[in-house]
Design a protein around this ligand. Sequence first.
Ligand code: FPP
Length: 247
Amino acid sequence: MEPANLPRHVGIIMDGNGRWAERHGKPRLEGHRAGSESVRDITRAARQLGIEALTLYAFSSQNWSRPPEEVAGLMQLLREYLIDERSEILDNQIRLEAIGDIDKLPTLVTEPLTELRAASAHNRGMTLTLALSYGGRESIARAVRAAVRDAAAGTLKESEVDVERFNRYLPTSSLPPVDLLIRTSGEQRISNFLLWELAYAELIFIDVQWPEFRRNHLYECLETYQARERRFGKTSAQLAADSDSDV
Ligand code: FPP
């Protein structure tokens, strides 16, 4: 792996917990429990590699419609994760963030979440963002509402609304754009994750269920990423000329 060519921001759609559980004859919640072990391993590996930002899709706006006992079990797992990983996160200079409709989450999650966000706010090692009760369209709609409010208050002019200015209304505005999106379990969909932030991301769909996704799979994805040519709308020849002029 080339350390100089690592993605700055990696997003992961952690899919396949339910199918993993089914395959092992276990209840779905056991799949999510095994999945939280993958979260721990991948977070450590990303931090050790020096990745700047890792964003995990842990619970979508649409996941509220799952059976109530599965939702309750996931909330319990999130609480356990936040409590158990607290010292690991703080010791490793990780800043924990959350995006999504956080107010909808139960207190048993918001209590340790709010505390850890505040306790880790000044950390600069890596930003770990949990997308919770999150939807990409919902996030954009919320940003539009905030922009409209500013326009009504006279602090935003129509002529000022460009990509950079609009980006500031999104909850991810302090993070670099996503360079690499990984989705596990073989499905090839974005499922309402970071729609705006993924504009130029490389997409990798890997046929491994999330509870089995460990650091070696992450390294494999990073090698695939590094073998790709990111053109951002330019031609290959232009990119070659750009890199010649850099040296
Ligand atoms: C998708 O698998 C996964 C989820 C909806 C939840 C992800 C949650 C975790 C990995 C555990 C808790 C999170 C943290 C941050 C500790 P699925 O249930 O849709 O799988 P399926 O498509 O096979 O049914």
